[in-house]
Design a binder for this molecule. Structure first.
Ligand SMILES: Cc1cc2nc3c(=O)[nH]c(=O)nc-3n(C[C@H](O)[C@H](O)[C@H](O)COP(=O)(O)O)c2cc1C
Length: 184
């Protein structure tokens, strides 16, 4: 097997090498949304979602220090994680762009917990209250206490090899959210 070694700088591996390492790691795709203190909706495409604990129900996302969505999350202490469906690909691309008017072209509403949630493009939505914030370098790890989840049937959007794609055939029929076998 051929091993490709990478240069290091300042005693640590270069950012490019980390990106190359992560590119083979396929994930789902989320759009993290929050209102700012003035009531403006913010959101960004995010694949750093991790399920942390079930008791208490907690997840985390890592948000760039400069992200407007992180500022909004800090201001209101609440956010939603919209797990994107395959049909939400254009929305995921838009929420990863510099477009200032990202919400103009998507269906969204204010949820019971007072956060903006995507109506048509999200497969599942978790509404969260900020439980903790930890700055690590150029990102902040946001821990969210999950207050409510909504699961809808559909095909998830994936990201890997620097490309959006759908789930492979055969996986789709196998698992409907909310129907996991006992013990999983
Ligand atoms: C597949 C994918 C995953 C991403 N995941 C993250 C992430 O986990 N955290 C993050 O801060 N940015 C992530 N980004 C980048 C942001 O979506 C992008 O920088 C966005 O324009 C930030 O918007 P803002 O700075 O206006 O808030 C991701 C982009 C893509 C395409």
């Amino acid at each position: 097997m051929q091993t490709i070694r990478t240069d290091t700088h300042a005693g640590q591996v270069a950012p490019r090498a980390v990106k190359d390492f992560m590119t083979g790691y396929f994930t789902g795709v989320t759009v993290v949304t929050a209102f700012s203190g003035s009531g403006r909706p913010h959101g960004l495409t995010c694949n750093s979602l991790v399920s942390v604990t079930l008791d208490p129900p907690t997840l985390l996302v890592c948000l760039d220090q400069g992200a407007g969505t992180l500022a909004a999350v800090r201001e209101t202490g609440a956010f939603a994680v919209n797990l994107m469906s395959e049909r939400g690909r254009a929305t995921a691309e838009r929420f990863a762009s510099a477009a200032p008017d990202r919400f103009d072209s998507v269906a969204w509403e204010r949820s019971a917990h007072g956060v903006p949630v995507l109506v048509d493009d999200a497969l599942s939505v978790a509404q969260c209250a900020v439980a903790d914030l930890h700055r690590v370098g150029d990102h902040t790890v946001v821990f969210g206490r999950i207050l409510d989840v909504e699961n809808r049937p559909g095909n998830p959007l994936l990201y890997g090899m620097r490309t959006f794609s759908g789930a492979p055939e055969g996986v789709l029929e196998a698992a409907v959210p909310g129907t996991l076998p006992a013990g999983r």
